[in-house]
Design a protein around this ligand. Structure first.
Ligand code: SF4
Length: 247
């Protein structure tokens, strides 16, 4: 390669690196601004599933897949009365559990996972839900989303960003990730947000997704994140989103 061509390639690599550093910096600033706004908008946001123990939270989170927390909260009082601990679930059959969780959808699979997860909790973890990511991921029906919820709200451990359907949709609309898979989105968000705020982000974004930035029809006209959002269909006065949009 000629010295001139080599110099030209080195220069384009440098320009590429500078551009990606600039995009990362813009995204980080936007993420932090959105986070602060979300904290103001939803100061008391918390997990909306009803539970008293880490095991109940784990079971409720498994049931919440493709189902509203409200619906899950309707079935869990009877479920937890009939199956008070991991052993009770472990010695049951999934057919015993099914009638209690039928209305949450995909109930056969959910009952099977709850029974298998509890059997493992009893056999491998002394009947207690483990409090680390690696062990949680060995349980049936538990991927990083469920594990993050259980760690954060059951044990106060912030190990990652919970990426559910709302967090995925809003993080993409807000131009903070271009990825489509929850694992990749979580990695992007973990780089942009301060670690102590990882769960804050998810909980508050879920509130905003339910109330304003809905899947089919985002209500951009009344959205309090409008000025920061590159996807806003109606731009707020003095919007900074366009100037900072480097998605
Ligand atoms: S401005 Fe629109 S797209 Fe952006 S977060 Fe708000 S509702 Fe969602």
């Amino acid at each position: 390669m000629s010295p001139r061509k080599a110099a030209s390639q080195a220069s384009s690599r440098k320009t590429g690196r500078q551009a990606s550093t600039r995009v990362a910096s813009v995204r980080r600033q936007r993420a932090l601004a959105v986070l602060e706004r979300l904290k103001q908008l939803y100061p008391n946001a918390t997990c909306t599933l009803d539970y008293d123990t880490p095991l109940q939270l784990l079971v409720a989170t498994i049931l919440s897949a493709q189902c509203t927390d409200e619906r899950v909260n309707k079935v869990t009082p009877e479920l937890f009365a009939r199956f008070p601990d991991a052993t009770a679930f472990a010695i049951a059959t999934s057919a015993d559990i099914e009638p209690y969780v039928r209305s949450t959808g995909f109930y056969r699979n959910k009952a099977k996972n709850i029974q298998a997860a509890c059997a493992r909790i009893v056999s491998d973890f002394g009947g207690e839900v483990p409090s680390n990511m690696e062990a949680l991921l060995t349980l049936a029906g538990v991927a990083r989303k469920t594990a993050n919820v259980v760690l954060a709200h059951g044990f106060g451990i912030i190990g990652g960003v919970t990426v559910d359907t709302h967090v995925k949709r809003l993080s993409r609309r807000l131009g903070l990730t271009q990825r489509d898979d929850p694992g990749g989105i979580e990695k992007d968000l973990m780089q942009l947000l301060p670690q102590p705020d990882w769960e804050n982000w998810s909980i508050r974004l879920i509130y905003h997704g339910r109330q304003v930035c809905k899947a089919r029809k985002p209500d951009c006209a009344v959205c309090e994140l409008n000025a920061l959002c590159p996807s806003a269909e109606v731009k707020a006065e003095g919007s900074v989103a366009d100037a900072t949009d480097d998605r």
